[in-house]
Write a protein that binds this ligand. Structure first.
Ligand code: NDP
Ligand code: GDR
Length: 343
């Protein structure tokens, strides 16, 4: 039985990856942070699985990582743990670097010191590219230009992963994943914020949806489709880095329109800029309001991925269109208030 070690299991991707690996017959070991509240909502349904073992742990604690890796001796390590919110990284830049950048080298160095040879997956990101329109569509060959403390921390993690691969003959891969969403997406990321607000507005529990930049473009995929790629990368003969994306891009505005359409509301925009409002065409109610509070000190304007390498070499393809993804998310939010529901 193969053994996997996961950081970030309580997050969106960690929960889908753990499910995926358990279904494949893996023994899954994972760290979870101590918290004053329950953080296991997303993995509640697999917590009693006989092949899942969770431990308290943290990417800021080298000795903890060292002890656990020595004990578990995993065949595969998936480093998904991170302070993953771009806007928050401007407020806690040092902590973001501590976890996302130094945390990665802590993990790699523990592997090296223990003379272990697990295959290693690093959760790299399209934020490395910085979204300059002239570079789109972005591929493995596109130059990096991170636009946030989060992006800069992930840039270090990307390169240290390459460096440990080249220096210590470690099977280490970077998955450069573009945005991927699901009903389990954190509620402060824009897609889940939108679909949750649509469900609440429809039920009369919320008045309007307040957003920042509506013109940014993202290449959004479905998280359930993307975790398979993480595993596929580690099943190849050679360790390599891959862009994972759908190859299609949409504005936040288009996502908003699609989400409201799911509950029969057609949005009409009143005009560009900070006073822009999304108005229900029928009732003339203001349902979307731009609030400058959600603007970022620097914005990643245009992400559009080119997944050709992964499609050719991993024999993978994105299966879920944005329309379908929005449908899945709104349906879930109409039915459930938290992450514990069936989907
Ligand atoms: P989430 O924010 O949903 O999950 C992050 C996970 O990391 C949580 O389990 C969180 O624990 C854990 N974590 C945070 N800080 C620490 C720490 N100090 N030590 C150990 N674990 C910690 O992120 P996603 O699931 O969406 O993303 C997974 C990874 O992929 C992240 O590294 C992210 O940066 C990266 N990524 C995500 C993309 C996306 O579109 N989703 C795209 C590209 C990359 P807790 O529950 O306690 O907070
Ligand atoms: P992103 O995701 O920054 O791309 O990082 P997010 O959903 O936070 O933002 C996407 C775009 O929407 C704009 N936006 C808003 N964003 C949020 N969160 N809240 C708002 O109210 C709002 N209004 C407009 C943002 O300005 C931005 O342009 C995600 C994370 O999962 C990272 O960890 C990951 O690496 C990247 O995706 C790929």
């Amino acid at each position: 039985m193969k053994k996997a070690f996961i950081t970030g299991i309580t997050g969106q991707d960690g929960s889908y990856l753990a499910e995926f690996l358990l279904e494949k017959g893996y023994e899954v070991h994972a760290i979870q942070r101590r918290s004053s509240v329950f953080t296991t909502q997303r993995i509640e349904h697999i917590l009693d699985h006989p092949n899942l073992k969770t431990y308290h742990g943290d990417l800021t604690d080298s000795s903890n990582l060292h002890t656990l890796l020595a004990k578990i001796q995993p065949d595969e390590v998936y480093n998904l743990g991170a302070q993953s919110h771009v806007a928050v990284s401007f407020e806690v830049p040092e902590y973001t670097a501590e976890v996302d950048a130094i945390g990665t080298v802590r993990l790699l160095n523990a592997i090296k010191d223990l003379n272990l040879k697990p295959k290693f997956y690093q959760a790299s990101t399209s934020e490395l590219f910085g979204g300059l329109p002239e570079t789109a569509p972005q591929s493995e060959k596109t130059p990096f230009y991170p636009k946030s403390p989060y992006g800069a921390a992930k840039l270090y993690a990307y390169w240290v992963t390459v460096n440990y691969r080249e220096s210590y003959d470690l099977f280490a891969c970077n998955g450069i994943l573009f945005n991927h969403e699901s009903p389990r997406r954190g509620e402060t990321f824009v897609t889940k914020k939108i679909t949750k607000a649509v469900a609440n507005i429809y039920k009369g529990k919320q008045e309007n949806l307040q957003l920042g930049n509506l013109d940014a473009k993202r290449d959004w995929g479905y998280a359930r489709d993307y975790v398979e790629c993480m595993w596929l990368m580690l099943q190849q003969n050679e360790p390599q880095d891959y862009v994972i994306a759908t190859g299609k891009t949409y504005t936040i505005r288009e996502f908003v329109e699609l989400a409201f359409k799911e509950v029969g509301i057609e949005i009409e925009w009143s005009g560009k800029g900070v006073n822009e409002k999304g108005i229900d065409k029928v009732t003339r109610k203001e349902l979307v309001v731009v609030n400058p509070k959600y603007f970022r000190p620097a914005e990643v304007e245009f992400l559009w991925g080119d997944p050709s390498k992964a499609m050719n070499e991993l024999n993978w393809e994105p299966k879920t269109s944005l329309e379908k993804l929005v449908k899945i998310m709104v349906k879930y939010d109409l039915e459930y208030d938290n992450f514990g529901g069936k989907e």
